[in-house]
Write a protein that binds this ligand. Structure first.
Ligand code: MTE
Ligand code: MO
Length: 248
């Protein structure tokens, strides 16, 4: 059986599994309101009709060149010091509405089961590239931290900024616990290069490129995002009026 058939066969099962895993979420009146009501046709049609999984590709379909976009070298002195020491003393913080705040080294992150996926990245500026990403599943990290019942959003705080505005992004729990939502440590089988977000970046495969936060330093579980920065849930959402739910 080739990879494509495996993925094709998986998609029904995985979306059933996903729905199973989301029973608790669906039972939450707030989440039900988001899924059914307020967020617009794109979110609803993607989630109810698309069958759940982003397409995965074969090795021979990988792009020979995967360009970088946005910031490629965070200016912060702290970040640069970590980069100079191969992120040995760097820690990924997981905090906010969690029972057990975490500060994880690259080794800790490597100890989670690692998921690999070859997917297509689509930038809103009109380019795409197919690459391989590997790292722990975000849901496993959130389970390790013990997400509070009050948490509705997962926010990714990045090391870089445009001027005085730090880059950040956010997703809801449906995408946070999606089986293809991973924190990538490897790109195309190598440690994530700085330009692509070293040491770790988000892959949230059914959304556009700007949601895939690079240089993630801190993952924060929150009840609300309307009281963070300009309240739209992400850097480009705040400054460029980009959609918060950027379904492909
Ligand atoms: N921290 C951070 N994450 C970011 C960006 C950025 O500038 N800073 N740019 C976004 C955009 S618009 C795209 S298309 C992708 C580009 O990822 P790449 O550089 O690996 O191609 O990262 C996204 N994540
Ligand atoms: Mo982008």
């Amino acid at each position: 059986m080739n990879r494509r058939e495996v993925i094709g066969g998986l998609s029904l099962g995985a979306s059933a599994l996903l729905l199973g895993g989301c029973d608790k979420l669906n039972a939450d009146p707030g989440v039900r309101k988001i899924l059914i009501g307020a967020e617009g046709l794109n979110l609803r049609s993607q989630r109810l009709l698309a069958g759940g999984l982003a397409r995965e590709y074969r090795r021979d379909q990988m792009s020979p060149v995967f360009r970088t976009n946005g910031n490629t070298r965070p200016a912060s002195a702290t970040y640069q010091a970590h980069a100079a020491t191969n992120f040995t003393d760097w820690r990924l913080v997981v905090d906010g509405l969690v029972a057990r705040p975490l500060a994880m080294s690259l080794r800790d992150l490597g100890a989670f089961p690692q998921r690999a996926q070859i997917t297509r990245h689509d930038c809103v500026e009109g380019w795409s590239a197919i690459g391989k990403w590997q790292g722990p599943v975000l849901g496993d990290i959130l389970k390790a931290a013990g997400l509070s019942e009050r948490a509705r959003y997962i926010v990714f705080h990045c090391a870089d900024a445009f001027g005085s505005r730090p880059y950040y992004e956010s997703i809801d729990l449906y995408d946070a616990f999606h089986p293809q939502t991973i924190m990538a440590l490897l790109m195309n089988d190598r440690r994530l290069p700085m330009g692509h977000g070293a040491p770790i970046r988000l892959r949230v495969e059914r959304q556009l490129g700007y949601k895939h936060a690079k240089f993630v330093m801190r993952i924060e579980a929150r009840e609300r995002i309307d009281n963070l920065y300009d309240g739209k849930g992400g850097y480009w959402e705040d400054v460029g009026d980009y959609a918060w739910y950027a379904g492909i």
